[in-house]
Every structure is written in structure tokens, then in C-alpha cells.
Design a binder for this molecule. Structure first.
Ligand code: ADP
Ligand code: MG
Length: 486
């Protein structure tokens, strides 16, 4: 196992300890205990059944599809599946919670201990323990910005199924927590149990953070609520760890509390302390029987799981000869892996990996787009690589073609044709350009002949400039060397 990254304080090194509680909205057409739709973006209160509005006498009915999704997620996390689990009422009052309690799972969750492997920046792999996964209802949403003096409530989310996935305190930096969250997201997206859309709130993390001197017992933790991007998660942890170190080094103690991250001010702020913590008075929901299913049912779901990111990564390393860290980038998203495979099949896989990771993912990141929004199809990117392979364009021109593909989605051959970018391989034409360049630069020719070998780069550059980069670089090099040694 690799050494934990340490933070330097005034009094020496500090180790940061982090455990995450991730809420993931279950992919399902309807809610956990009602038939109302879960589609995103509907007008307020358009998707609220009598159960979700907690009308008197309404009874919850478990959604079997959601249960299967939780089992599949547990299996993908290599976790124990509990054939019997219990739904509890978590009691609290909040305007967006009409029932007056949330139906959740407390002492007997549907999924127990599991593990997620993360690839660390130093090339090591770390096992992050999963403590549990349980099913629970989401709450509604209070709208404070619709009216100057009134608060409205939107119950569309009320009753939507969430999986809460709790990790062991096995993470040691904001960066590691970010890698873990990305990996978890990749797993859930691969098996289709959560769409992982963090901007829409489909996935959000609470980070428990504490600090200690290496070798000491765990310190007192604070919990930072509702982090809705990998970047915010990282920053919030880094800022919170620095805050705690400063307090302890100044002789203070950490108070266990819930905190909010304010990205604009770059700080975490206290929400409520442990003393003010709710007593939820959990008890088994009398409206619901214990949830039970057979081992055969679990086995059937397991057999039908798609290839998981770890397996895909291993296969990319063995079948395509990729470096593990490159393969991990390509499996970080279900779409990426499929896209890469489509480009790589029948082509040089390393070249394909370079184009997908370097050019395409680079351009997407720069423009803030997801792969599914990309105008460049796998077929067209493959066709571009083929144009390099058969000498139609040089690698350099190919990058120029790629930029047009990225903006327009056109086929590479059409772009090459339209813009006259075809590589000049006609040696006669190249020779003519070389003759002109040599004639125009007699001093450099003399210098080269006197032993300044590096001047070859100058001549190549001049020829390329004269041909707008279209001359075949290999032919240019060969003909130049021949002519200069004449
Ligand atoms: P609670 O029920 O109060 O939320 P849990 O024991 O379930 O407490 O822990 C919640 C999360 O806090 C878990 O992800 C766990 O890994 C993490 N955690 C527990 N102790 C620490 C600690 N000392 N430092 C950082 N994280 C911790
Ligand atoms: Mg908690």
C-alpha cells in the first residue's frame, strides 16, 4: 500500500482522514414507494402522487425495479447482499417532508460491506471499504425565490429513490476522495443504476473529515454536506483539513459538527453541532413488511451484470497493451470505454488511445462538454486515424482536421477535400520546393555541410512552411538529406 499523503503544519506532518456518504438517485421510471414519475425538469408538483404528498391513509408499496437496482449496485461493489432488510422511519419535521418522516434503512440495510478499488496518482491501487448501502426516500424542495414573502414547496423529488453509499474512513486527501467519487460514478453509470449527473443533483456527497498526527487514533470529524461536484468535494476537504489543523495547532479542539461548503468564499461554515443533532427516533415502518428476496434472484441479477470498469481496465491493458493509468482514464466513464473500443478495433490501439484521450477528451474538457455531446463520432475519429495511416494527411494536419471535425461533426475525408489538405507525396513537387529553399539559403547550406547537422530542422521547417504543412515529412527529410550530401 502506498504511503498516505501528508500535510505540513507548523508542528509537523498531518494525515487527513476522510469517509464519504454518497447519495445516488436510482435510475427508475417511478419512485421508491409510488408510481409517480421521476423524470427531471417537470414543472413543480407535476409528479406527485397521493403517497408522495402524504395524504392520510395512503400506503407505500415497494418498487421492485428499485430493489433490483440496489442489489445490482451492491454486487458491482463486491458487497454482501442482505436477503432480508428493514425499512425504518427517520422522524423529523421539515416543510419539504410532508410525511414528517423519511422512509430509510437504519439497522438492517439491503447491502453490507463491500470494496471499491481506486488508482492513485503514484500508480498504486488502494482498496476503499464500503460500509453499507441503503435505500431511502428523497425529500421535496423549498423554493424561497418565487415570491417576496412566501416560500413554496415542490414535491416532485419527494419519494424518489436514493441509494446512500457509505464508505469506511479509508481516504487520505481531497484528491483521493475525488478519485473515489469518480470511480463510484463510473461503476454506477456502467451498470445503469444512477445517471451520475451531479449538476442535476443525481449524485451528491457528504464528506466526513478529520485530521491526526500519523500513527495517532482518528481525530474528531466534521461532516461537510451536499457537495455536488468532484471539484467542490476536493476543495471542501482541502479547506476543511487546513481549518482543523490550524485549530489544533493553536491549542484548540475540533467540535463534531455539520458544516456547509461555500465555494465563493472558499470556506466551510458551521450548520449545526452534534449537541443540536436530531434525534430521529428511528423505528421499523409499520406500513412495510421486511424486504426479502431469494439468493437465486441475486444470482440471476449478478449473471446479467455488464463488464465492470475494473475488468474493462484489465482487458484494455492485456488486449490493447495500454498503460494501466491510460486504461483507467478510458474506463472512467461507460461511454468512453465503448467509444475507445470502437475507434481502436482494427487499428493501432495506442494511437487510438492517444487520439481519444489527448485530442478528444482534451477538447471536450476545454469546452466543458460530455462525450455524448461530442460531434465527433467514433467512426469519424477512426477514419481520421486511417487517413494518417495511409499517408493522406500528416499527423500535424490531422490535428487541424480534428479541430474542424470537433466544431462541425463533418467527415474527415470531406474536410481534407474541401480545404485542400491532402498530403503532398509527389516527390517531384517536394524536390522542387526543396530546391527553392536550398537556393534561397546558401549560408545555412554551407553551415550544414560544415557539420551543423541541426540545421536539418531549419530546412524541414522552411519546406513545410512553403507547402502549408502538406508535404510528407518523411519524404522531405529523405530528399533533403540526399540533396545536402550531394
Ligand atoms: P453517522 O451515522 O453519525 O453519520 P457513521 O459512523 O455512520 O456516523 O460514519 C459516517 C461516515 O463518517 C462514514 O463514511 C465514516 O467512514 C466516516 N468517519 C467515521 N469516523 C471518521 C473520522 N474520524 N474521520 C473521518 N471520517 C470518519
Ligand atoms: Mg451520517
Amino acid at each position: 500500500m502506498s504511503a498516505a499523503p501528508l500535510l505540513q503544519g507548523r508542528t509537523g506532518d498531518w494525515e487527513v482522514v476522510i469517509g464519504l456518504e454518497v447519495h445516488a438517485q436510482v435510475v427508475s421510471d417511478s419512485k421508491l414507494f409510488s408510481g409517480a414519475s421521476t423524470a427531471f425538469g417537470a414543472s413543480p408538483n407535476a409528479q406527485v402522487s397521493l403517497v408522495d404528498a402524504a395524504m392520510p391513509g395512503m400506503l407505500p408499496v415497494i418498487n421492485k425495479a428499485v430493489v433490483d437496482q440496489a442489489i445490482r449496485t451492491g454486487l458491482a461493489l463486491g458487497a454482501e447482499i442482505n436477503l432480508v432488510s428493514v425499512f425504518d422511519r427517520k422522524n423529523y419535521f421539515y416543510p419539504d417532508l410532508p410525511q414528517g418522516y423519511q422512509i430509510s434503512q437504519f439497522s438492517k440495510p439491503i447491502v453490507g460491506k463491500g470494496v471499491v478499488h481506486i488508482d492513485l496518482p503514484d500508480g498504486e491501487t488502494r482498496e476503499v471499504g464500503i460500509t453499507r448501502l441503503h435505500l431511502e426516500q428523497d425529500a421535496g424542495k423549498s423554493l424561497h425565490d418565487q415570491h417576496p414573502s412566501k416560500t413554496y414547496v415542490d414535491l416532485n423529488r419527494s419519494g424518489v429513490a436514493l441509494m446512500e453509499i457509505v464508505s469506511e474512513p479509508d481516504l487520505r486527501s481531497g484528491e483521493e476522495a475525488g478519485i473515489y467519487l469518480s470511480k463510484l460514478r463510473a461503476i454506477l453509470r456502467t451498470i445503469g443504476t444512477c445517471d451520475g449527473n451531479m449538476e442535476q443533483g443525481s449524485m451528491r456527497a457528504d464528506a466526513n473529515v478529520s485530521v491526526r498526527k500519523p500513527g495517532d487514533e482518528y481525530g474528531t470529524r466534521c461532516e461537510i454536506k451536499n457537495l455536488n461536484s468532484v471539484r467542490f468535494l476536493r476543495r471542501a476537504i482541502e479547506i476543511e483539513a487546513a481549518r482543523q489543523i490550524e485549530i489544533v495547532e493553536d491549542g484548540g479542539t475540533i467540535v463534531q459538527e455539520t458544516r456547509l461548503f461555500d465555494p465563493d468564499r472558499g470556506e466551510t461554515r458551521s450548520m449545526r453541532s452534534k449537541e443540536e443533532a436530531h434525534d430521529y427516533r428511528y423505528f421499523p415502518d409499520p406500513d412495510l413488511l421486511p424486504l426479502s428476496f431469494s439468493q437465486e434472484h441475486v444470482d440471476k441479477l449478478k449473471a446479467a451484470l455488464p463488464e465492470l470498469p475494473d475488468a474493462k481496465q484489465a482487458r484494455f491493458v492485456t488486449d490493447f497493451g495500454l498503460k494501466p493509468e491510460d486504461a483507467s482514464v478510458l474506463v472512467a466513464d461507460a461511454d468512453r470505454g465503448a467509444f475507445f473500443e470502437a475507434v481502436a478495433t482494427g487499428r493501432d490501439p495506442k494511437l487510438a488511445a492517444n487520439w481519444v484521450m489527448g485530442e478528444l477528451i482534451g477538447a471536450l474538457n476545454k469546452s466543458g462538454l460530455e462525450l455524448e455531446e461530442s460531434k465527433v463520432s467514433a467512426a469519424n475519429l477512426g477514419a481520421l486515424i486511417d487517413l494518417i495511416g495511409d499517408g493522406t494527411v500528416s499527423g500535424r494536419i490531422a490535428k487541424q482536421v480534428f479541430e474542424v471535425m470537433f466544431d462541425t461533426g463533418k467527415e474527415p475525408a470531406a474536410i481534407v477535400e474541401e480545404q485542400g489538405l491532402k498530403q503532398v507525396t509527389d516527390t517531384g513537387a517536394i524536390e522542387a520546393e526543396i530546391d527553392k529553399v536550398l537556393a534561397a539559403n546558401p549560408d545555412q547550406v554551407a553551415g550544414y555541410k560544415a557539420g551543423k547537422d541541426k540545421l536539418i530542422g531549419f530546412f524541414v521547417g522552411q519546406v513545410m512552411k512553403a507547402t502549408q504543412g502538406k508535404a510528407n515529412p518523411q519524404a522531405v527529410n529523405e530528399i533533403l538529406k540526399r540533396k545536402l550530401s550531394e
